[in-house]
Design a protein around this ligand. Structure first.
Ligand SMILES: Nc1ncnc2c1ncn2[C@@H]1O[C@H](COP(=O)(O)OP(=O)(O)OP(=O)(O)O)[C@@H](O)[C@H]1O
Length: 372
C-alpha cells in the first residue's frame, strides 16, 4: 500500500479505536506509549462514569490522584491464532491472578470486538528499567546504577516476583524491558504473555520462553525446568544489569551462551562483595542450588548499609525524615542535590526504542549500555 493510503487507513483505524474506547468509558489520547509485536499501547483517561462503575479502577486511581490509564490494543487481524488463543488469554489470566500488588501492573478490565482486544492497564509512565539504566549510566558516565538505587529497585522486583509465585504464576520472561517505572518511582512488573500457572509445586515445564540473554541454562539445554527456579536465574541477570549496565552473558548461539554461563559472571572493580555474592547465588548453573526468594530477601546486600544513611543526610534537606521520604518516592541522593540524574522524564518523545518484534525475540537485549 502507498504511503498516503496507509496513513488514511491508520487514521481510520485510530478513529474507530477512539469510538470503541469511548463506548467503554475511556478517552483515548493519540499519545502512543509503546508497541509490542501485535499491540499498540496508548495513554487514555477514564471517564467519571467509568470510574463510578468499575471499583478496581476507582479505588486505584483515587490513590493516584489522576484518571490516566494505559490501553493496550491488540489487533486480532495481525496477531497469529497462537497469540490470540494462547498467549493473550494467559496474559489476562496471569494479570487477574496477580491482582493486586504495588509492583505488578494491574489489569483494570478488558473489552473486545471481532477486530480488536483492549486491555485497560495501570499506567507506568516513566519507561522501562533498561531505559532507566541507560539514562543514569549516560549521566554518570559510568555504566550501571549506584548500588543503593539498585537495591531499592531490586527489593520491589523481588517482592513482585514473590507475589506472583505465591499466586501460582511463573513469569518466564523477566527482563529489564518488562519492568516499568511509574511517576512515583515504583517499579511495575509487566508483560505476562509467557507466564504460566505453576499450581503443581515442583511441576516441570518444557516450553522455551523469554529472551536468550535472561534465560536459565536448563532451558537453553532444552531440559524440563522448574519455572520458579528459572525466574530466579533471570533475577540474577537483571541485578547484574542494574549494577553494571551490561549483560553478564551475551551470545546469540545457545551453546556459546552455555559456555559463558559455565565460566560465570565477570565483575567490574568497585562492585561490593555482597552484591557479587548475591548475583552468584542467583546465577548457579544447578537450579536447585540457586538462592530462593526468601534467602534473597534475607541476603546481607539487601539490607540498607548504615553508611548510606550518613551519606543521605549530607544534602541540605531540612531533616533526615524528608530525605528518606524523598528517596522512597524514587529520588536518588544525586537528585536530592538538584542534579538532573535519575528518572527518565515521563513520556519523553523519542526516548522509547520499542519496535515490533516477535515475542521472545532476544535481540532487544542488545540495547544495554556499552554492550550494543
Ligand atoms: N501499563 C503500561 N504503562 C506504560 N507503558 C506500557 C504499559 N504496558 C506496556 N507499555 C509499553 O508498551 C510496550 C509494549 O507493551 P507490552 O510489552 O505489554 O507488549 P507486548 O506485545 O507484550 O510486547 P513484546 O512484543 O515486547 O512482548 C512496552 O514495552 C511498554 O513500553
Amino acid at each position: 500500500m502507498k504511503g498516503s493510503g496507509r496513513l488514511r487507513l491508520d487514521h481510520r483505524t485510530f478513529i474507530e479505536q477512539v469510538r470503541e474506547c469511548m463506548d467503554n468509558g475511556y478517552l483515548l489520547s493519540s499519545k502512543r506509549i509503546g508497541s509490542g509485536a501485535f499491540s499498540k499501547v496508548y495513554l487514555a483517561y477514564a471517564t467519571q462514569e467509568r470510574l463510578q462503575h468499575n471499583p478496581k479502577l476507582s479505588s486505584d486511581l483515587r490513590g493516584k490522584h489522576h484518571t490516566m490509564v494505559a490501553i493496550k490494543i491488540v489487533s486480532m487481524a495481525e496477531a497469529p491464532v497462537e497469540f490470540s488463543q494462547k498467549f493473550l488469554p494467559r496474559e489476562i489470566s496471569s494479570l487477574n491472578a496477580t491482582y493486586k500488588h504495588l509492583n505488578v501492573v494491574q489489569l483494570y478490565e478488558t473489552y473486545q470486538n471481532s477486530q480488536r482486544f483492549y486491555l485497560v492497564l495501570e499506567l507506568a509512565a516513566r519507561g522501562d528499567l533498561l531505559e532507566h539504566i541507560n539514562a543514569v549510566s549516560d549521566y554518570r558516565h559510568c555504566p550501571g546504577l549506584e548500588e543503593e538505587e539498585a537495591r531499592r529497585l531490586f527489593w520491589q522486583l523481588v517482592s513482585a516476583v514473590a507475589h506472583c509465585h505465591n499466586a501460582g504464576i511463573v513469569h518466564r520472561d523477566l527482563k529489564c524491558e518488562n519492568i516499568l517505572l511509574d511517576d512515583q518511582g515504583f517499579l511495575k512488573l509487566t508483560d505476562f504473555g509467557f507466564a504460566n500457572h505453576s499450581s503443581l509445586k515442583n511441576s516441570l515445564l518444557s516450553t522455551f520462553c523469554g529472551s536468550v540473554a535472561y534465560t536459565a541454562p536448563e532451558i537453553l539445554m532444552s531440559k524440563k525446568y522448574n519455572g520458579e527456579q528459572a525466574d530466579l536465574w533471570s533475577l540474577g541477570i537483571i541485578l547484574y544489569a542494574m549494577v553494571t549496565g551490561k549483560l553478564p552473558f551475551k551470545e546469540s548461539q545457545p551453546h556459546r551462551m552455555l559456555h559463558l554461563m559455565r565460566r560465570g559472571p565477570i565483575f567490574q572493580p568497585g562492585l561490593s562483595p555482597e552484591c557479587r555474592d548475591l548475583i552468584r547465588g542467583l546465577l548457579h548453573l544447578r537450579p536447585r542450588a540457586r538462592l530462593g526468594l526468601q534467602q534473597v530477601a534475607a541476603h546481607r546486600w539487601m539490607l540498607p548499609a548504615v553508611h548510606t544513611l550518613f551519606r543521605l543526610v549530607i544534602p541540605r534537606e531540612s531533616s533526615t525524615q524528608q530525605v528518606l521520604q524523598r528517596q522512597a518516592q524514587g529520588h536518588s541522593p544525586r537528585k536530592i542535590l538538584g542534579s538532573r540524574c535519575g528518572w527518565v522524564s515521563p513520556l519523553r518523545p523519542g526516548l522509547r526504542q520499542s519496535r515490533p518484534r516477535a515475542p521472545g525475540d532476544g535481540a532487544d537485549s542488545r540495547r544495554l549500555y556499552l554492550n550494543l
